[in-house]
Design a protein around this ligand. Structure first.
Ligand SMILES: NC(=O)C1=CN([C@@H]2O[C@H](COP(=O)(O)OP(=O)(O)OC[C@H]3O[C@@H](n4cnc5c(N)ncnc54)[C@H](OP(=O)(O)O)[C@@H]3O)[C@@H](O)[C@H]2O)C=CC1
Ligand SMILES: O=C(O)C1=N[C@H](C(=O)O)C[C@H](O)C1
Length: 274
């Protein structure tokens, strides 16, 4: 592996995660901010990325041409929107660079395009890049395997800030997938994502989701295993977005010497069971 600092591009540079990433890259050894990209037409294009992130000027001017930014880079950190991430996955594959994807709310069609790009690019994608949530997902899988579906109902509760646009959160879905793996069921056909009105009694074996939005909450997740007379609950609370940014940068460094492919944070953290 190269000893030179990994040259990273931050896309969505003026966003909540974009700014957090720019601040963290500045404070870390082994990585450098190669370029910063915003949406074409964004008022932040032409501004200094360090200044926007609250660091003071760092000489990296925010651009709107992703391919030019990716050309001499080693990787890109992408917390944007599903459509943008799709587009960038194809460009990253063209540039043969690492693509770390934190964007949530991707449809099956988006995920298929991203998987196609991973034939040429090293892609790490996760609904949550933090160590804590990924460890929690391992525990959830184990608990779901141990606690019989006939006696233990699984409900996943999440709360985020009022500006979040997708639901359930990527993390809630990641935890749901972990529970489904433990139960050996297909989440898409066994999940109840909304309840309203006369719903009838709860169907045994399903995984329920509940979504709360408000204020500035960074990310709260609980998985409840509800039995007769007792509840087992497992939770994660995010106090700072730097936990996601740290995970994303770790993922980029990890993927640097890997073959093209589609990887998860469980692979990065060595928590994968396969
Ligand atoms: N996996 C994880 O660990 C985490 C995932 N996330 C996810 O990351 C995503 C972003 O979250 P957050 O930072 O809070 O959202 P923000 O809305 O603050 O940031 C998204 C940024 O992407 C920019 N953007 C949109 N289109 C383009 C484009 N074509 N080119 C370049 N930039 C573009 C937006 O610009 P503009 O506003 O001008 O449109 C905005 O600045 C969400 O999907 C969120 O769920 C968030 C935290 C952790
Ligand atoms: O939009 C957010 O803010 C977050 N999104 C991710 C998700 O959808 O789970 C991760 C984190 O919870 C913050």
């Amino acid at each position: 592996m190269s000893d030179a600092a990994m040259k990273l591009v931050v896309v969505g540079a003026a966003g909540r995660m974009g700014q957090t990433l720019i601040r963290l890259i500045d404070s870390m050894e082994g990585v450098t901010l190669h370029a910063a990209v915003a949406r074409p037409g964004s008022p932040f294009v032409g501004k200094d990325a360090g200044e926007i992130a609250g660091l003071g000027p760092n000489g990296v001017i925010i651009g709107d041409d992703p391919l030019a930014a990716f050309l001499h880079a080693d990787g890109l950190l992408d917390f944007t929107t599903p459509g943008t991430t799709n587009e960038f996955a194809a460009l990253a594959a063209q540039a043969r660079i690492v693509h770390v994807i934190g964007t949530t709310g991707c449809s099956d069609a988006d995920n298929a395009k991203i998987a196609a790009a991973s034939r040429h690019a090293r892609i790490v994608k996760s609904g949550n890049m933090s160590l804590g949530v990924n460890l929690l997902s391992v525990f959830v899988e184990q608990a779901a395997r141990a606690l019989d579906a006939a006696d233990w109902d699984i409900e996943i509760l999440e709360m985020h800030h009022k500006r979040k646009v997708d639901a359930p959160s990527g993390t809630a879905l990641l935890l749901g997938e972990a529970a489904a793996k433990g139960r050996n069921i297909d989440l898409s056909s066994q999940s109840v994502r909304v309840r309203d009105g006369h719903t009838g009694a709860r169907e045994t074996g399903t995984v329920g989701f509940a979504t709360l939005r408000g204020g500035s909450v960074i990310g709260e997740h609980s998985v409840l295993f509800a039995g007769e007379g007792e509840i087992v609950s497992m939770s994660h609370s995010a106090a700072d977005r730097s936990i996601f940014a740290r995970g994303a940068i770790k993922a980029a460094l990890w993927a640097r010497d890997k073959k093209p492919g589609f990887y998860s944070m469980l692979d990065v953290l060595g928590l994968s069971s396969h």
